[in-house]
Ligand binder design. Structure first.
Ligand SMILES: NC(=O)c1ccc[n+]([C@@H]2O[C@H](COP(=O)([O-])OP(=O)(O)OC[C@H]3O[C@@H](n4cnc5c(N)ncnc54)[C@H](O)[C@@H]3O)[C@@H](O)[C@H]2O)c1
Length: 407
């Protein structure tokens, strides 16, 4: 399998480190508009890097992406840039006849009149609108294939297939006890995406009602995370799983709650009040006269690079799916989860826990596609495909998942 990886940031770099240890990959072209990042990712592989090469590529230039896919004879495009570039990359892959994977879906836009009650444009709507073209082309766009979305969706499908007869609620719950020494505010992955998902109106699914939105940070609850992380306050956040799971898994309610904590929520609210979450360019003085900059890009530029935080980070991160329903007539409640200890991921791969945990899943998916254990056409979420081969391969990669029975 030949892969074009676009984006050599935290997650993209971790993808190269995980993929380099697997045999299925014939070649991976690592592309970024910052060539230095792509080159650094490949150089860091050392002797394991013979199947990797670095190229400069602007993800917003659909034609250039299509040409590179063809020139490099790539079977698959793996998108590890931020979600602004989903559509040009997704369309370039379709035009080039390649398969496509991403870890975040096309962006949402709030409802004009009732943003905290009704959905406007939903996450992934633009991609699902092109589903028929992918089906006709016989190619697969596997969307939301990171850890959350990604592994969380695989867990939902596994629960429906093997653990429950009837599902009342599926709630993805994400929490961590990570600390970064020397930083009061240091998001552990792309700040651009963190702002996007935390400040957009959260979306909830209910059978009979469909998808609807609530105000940011709604329905706080304390969730007990496993493996020593303990209780963390979680709130509703806009996330792809809520849009993906109901398309393939029968459940009466689907939610996503993120363990952000009070301090993080307060800082995000301040950014919003100051208008610094906005992506609309503002005019600021520059050496040669006014320049146009996006406030959110400025915030990202002022914060530490998440990929470089691993050395000073301690603790564990947990991604998982809590499911409530019944089996054989008895009530059942489980939490399916995956925990990564930052010390372990730094020691084994030189990548911090959150980006490593994200990167693991698209590599497992690529391997399943290369062996034919997973196949499909059209625009599919991870829950559209059989969960067992994925969960077994995850364990084979040395990073097993867990099940806590809360019944
Ligand atoms: N599903 C999940 O579980 C999950 C979790 C974390 C992150 N993600 C996704 O992964 C993405 C990447 O996260 P990250 O932490 O690696 O972010 P990052 O900011 O570290 O990396 C993004 C990379 O994209 C590159 N880039 C930016 N603009 C580009 C352009 N026009 N052309 C080519 N390259 C460009 C940057 O140079 C950078 O190397 C996130 O934005 C998010 O969408 C998904």
């Amino acid at each position: 399998m030949r892969v074009l990886l676009v984006g050599a940031g935290g997650v993209g770099t971790a993808v190269t480190r995980i993929a380099a240890r697997r045999e299925f990959l014939a070649h991976m072209v690592v592309a970024d508009y910052d060539l230095g990042r792509a080159e650094a990712a490949v150089a860091a592989l050392g002797q394991r890097g013979t199947r990797f090469s670095a190229r400069r590529l602007d993800a917003s230039d659909q034609g250039a992406v299509r040409r590179m896919l063809v020139e490099e004879r790539c079977d698959v495009l793996l998108n590890a840039t931020d979600p602004r570039f989903v559509m040009p990359l997704f369309q370039a892959a379709l035009e080039a006849g390649a398969h496509y994977l991403d870890m975040a879906m096309s962006l949402s836009a709030p409802h004009g009149a009732r943003p905290y009650e009704e959905c406007g444009v939903k996450l992934g709507d633009e991609q699902f609108a092109l589903a028929r073209r992918w089906e006709e082309a016989g190619r697969l766009a596997l969307v939301g294939m990171g850890v959350e979305p990604g592994l969380s969706d695989v867990f939902a499908r596994y629960a429906a297939d093997e653990l429950f007869d009837d599902i009342e609620e599926i709630g993805v719950r994400d929490g961590a006890d990570l600390r970064v020494e020397g930083h009061d505010f240091a998001p552990s992955f792309s700040i651009w995406t963190t702002i996007e998902e935390c400040l957009n109106p959260p979306v909830v699914y209910e059978k009979g009602r469909g998808w609807f939105t609530t105000p940011p940070f709604s329905e706080p609850e304390v969730f007990e995370f496993p493996e020593g992380i303990g209780p963390v306050e979680c709130v509703n956040v806009e996330h792809e799983e809520v849009l993906l799971i109901p398309r393939w898994v029968d459940a009466r309610r689907v939610t996503f709650k993120y363990g952000l904590g009070d301090d993080f929520i307060a800082k995000l609210k301040t950014l919003h009040e100051l208008g610094l979450d906005s992506t609309a360019p503002v005019s600021v003085p520059g050496d040669g006269g006014p320049v146009q900059v996006s406030p959110r890009d400025v915030v990202a530029a002022c914060l530490p690079d998440p990929a470089g935080l691993g050395e000073r980070m301690t603790g564990k991160t947990c991604a998982g799916t809590w499911v409530k329903g019944s089996k054989d007539g008895a009530p059942r409640e489980v939490y399916l989860y995956h925990v990564v200890d930052n010390q372990w991921s730094m020691r084994e791969y030189g990548s911090q826990a959150v980006v490593w945990q994200t990167a693991l899943n698209p590599v497992v998916a690529l391997e399943l596609l290369s062996t034919g254990a997973w196949s499909g056409k059209g625009v599919l979420g991870p829950e559209a495909l059989p969960p067992r081969p994925f969960l077994d391969l995850l364990t084979e990669y040395g990073s097993p998942w867990g099940l806590r029975d809360d019944s």
